[in-house]
Write a protein that binds this ligand. Structure first.
Ligand SMILES: [Zn+2]
Length: 477
């Protein structure tokens, strides 16, 4: 059996979150009445002229800089010609030989690998309309035609479906931090095509690749690539040729199916867009945009590890989005509670509450100071850990403070030995056998006795205090 190496390249398209389209003033708002957001420019009427949206250009540059790309000083737009019903002009304004940015990289981590994936190019283009197929008819909605689209192309340096998944998660996280796209795959604001080929381990050249389209979730990317690895490996093992083609991922059947043989760039008859003059991106504009880039997830993660003593795993979870990280930071800044304990609360019960509500921890309406009050009540053993979780739920439901809930529901643990002595004595009287078992060395018997005291106090005694008191009382006796 031959051993193969997987070679994957990803082409990601991201909608930029501008309020108007790339080359006209039409609104980009999602979910509006079909064809209500169109004008002569985005409908490709003769005589209409495109004007570049400055914000779309700035957003594009911001992403390119965050991906460590070098910005090309001189750039231009080109027409990519093809005929399809969702493309009113019969060409797409895109960029061909002089893209906005080139030669960047993205550091991607999986549980087993930490790889730098090089970015080949980043360019700005416009989206096409949307076809809706219904029974025997097809409808077209041009609201999406002309929405600014950023294309980010990686070099074929990704070596597993897991790494491809991690690349997308990392890319989405960075773009989310920049706030230039909502990267919502369901709404089509992030789309991904994947190229994949196999080559004999150690070989230099690339094998014949297939391109997979219709990947509409991160899971679909991983599943489709895993399927394609197995399919190509099967063909190579039996000595069959791989055909260079575009394949579609069928989510229901969980397999890729052949769609068409791959077109080459020359089929698109690219030529410079005559309605948009080439332009120069000045150094001071690039520097001004560089200044806007916030602390990105990877740096924030290392800072959280260093500043708050968190593990990499914890820091990664808490920095997944800018909003989550800002909330976590507010909590971690609070004084008087160990950072690791706060982090455990955020990753544990608080995240669980957010997940069940389908939101981020920052959307729960829980003030950092309120959370800390609760954590402190548990840490000082005013309430048990289990009660603490119940109090958290109650806080989220009622917006009352932890202290208020503990008082109103009389949840405080009894930690004062004086108030527990009577119960402890009663348990000793009633359970002579267990007492003797403990005295003759059976440690387990003590836990049974603690359990009895807990029962008599309806769970309100502080188990640690009871255990210590019982041990002292029985060892002295
Ligand atoms: Zn328009």
């Amino acid at each position: 059996m031959m051993e193969y190496e997987i070679v994957i390249g990803l082409e990601v398209h991201v909608h930029l979150k501008t309020s108007t389209k790339a080359f006209c003033g039409c609104s980009t708002e999602f979910g509006q009445e079909p064809n209500s957001q169109t004008c002569p420019v985005c409908l490709g009427m003769p005589g209409s002229l495109p004007v570049l949206n400055k914000l779309a250009l700035e957003y594009a540059l911001e992403v390119a800089l965050a991906l460590n790309c070098s910005i090309q000083e001189f750039t231009k737009f080109d027409r990519k010609n093809y005929f399809y019903p969702d493309l009113p002009k019969n060409y797409q304004i895109s960029q061909y030989d002089l893209p906005l940015a080139k030669e960047g990289f993205l550091d991607v981590q999986t549980p087993d690998t930490d790889t730098r994936i090089e970015i080949l190019r980043v360019h700005l283009e416009e989206d096409a309309g949307k076809l809706i197929h219904k029974d025997q008819i097809s409808l077209v909605d041009f609201n999406r035609a002309g929405i600014p689209l950023l294309e980010i192309v990686s070099k074929p340096q990704i070596n597993s479906p897991e790494e491809a998944h991690a690349y997308l998660v990392t890319l989405k996280s960075i773009i989310g931090y920049l706030g230039v796209s909502d990267c919502d795959m369901e709404k089509g604001s992030l789309r991904c095509d994947a190229n994949i080929s196999l080559r004999q381990k150690g070989a230099k050249g690339l094998g014949v690749k297939t391109e997979i389209k219709n990947l509409n979730s991160f899971k679909a990317v991983k599943d489709a690539l895993s399927f394609e690895v197995a399919r190509q490996e099967g063909l190579l093992q039996e000595g069959s040729a791989i055909i260079q083609e575009t394949r579609l991922w069928d989510t229901r059947e969980e397999k890729t199916v052949s769609m068409r043989s791959k077109e080459e760039a020359k089929d698109y008859r690219y030529f410079p867009e005559p309605d948009l003059p080439p332009f120069v991106i000045k150094k001071d504009m690039i520097e001004a945009i560089r200044q806007r880039i916030p602390e990105l997830p990877r740096e924030k993660c290392s800072r959280f590890m260093k500043q708050y003593g968190l593990s990499q795993y914890d820091a990664q979870i808490l920095t997944v989005s800018r909003e989550t990280a800002e909330y976590a930071q507010e909590c971690l800044r609070q004084q008087g509670v160990d950072k690791k304990i706060i982090s455990n609360w955020l990753i544990g019960p608080v995240s669980a509450a957010a997940n069940s509500r389908n939101c981020g921890i920052e959307d729960l309406g829980l003030l950092p100071a309120s959370l800390i009050e609760l954590v402190r009540a548990v840490e000082t053993q005013q309430i048990s850990n289990l009660t603490g979780k119940a109090v958290l739920e109650e806080m989220l439901l009622t917006s009352k403070s932890a202290g208020q809930i503990i008082k109103e529901k009389n949840l405080a643990q009894i930690s004062d030995i004086e108030s527990l002595t009577a119960e402890i004595e009663a348990v000793i009287q009633d359970n002579r056998k267990s007492v003797n078992d403990f005295i003759s060395g059976k440690e387990n018997a003590l836990m049974f006795l603690v359990g009895q005291v807990m029962k008599r106090t309806k769970g309100k005694a502080n188990p640690k205090v009871v255990q210590d008191a019982l041990r002292r009382r029985l060892t002295d006796a």
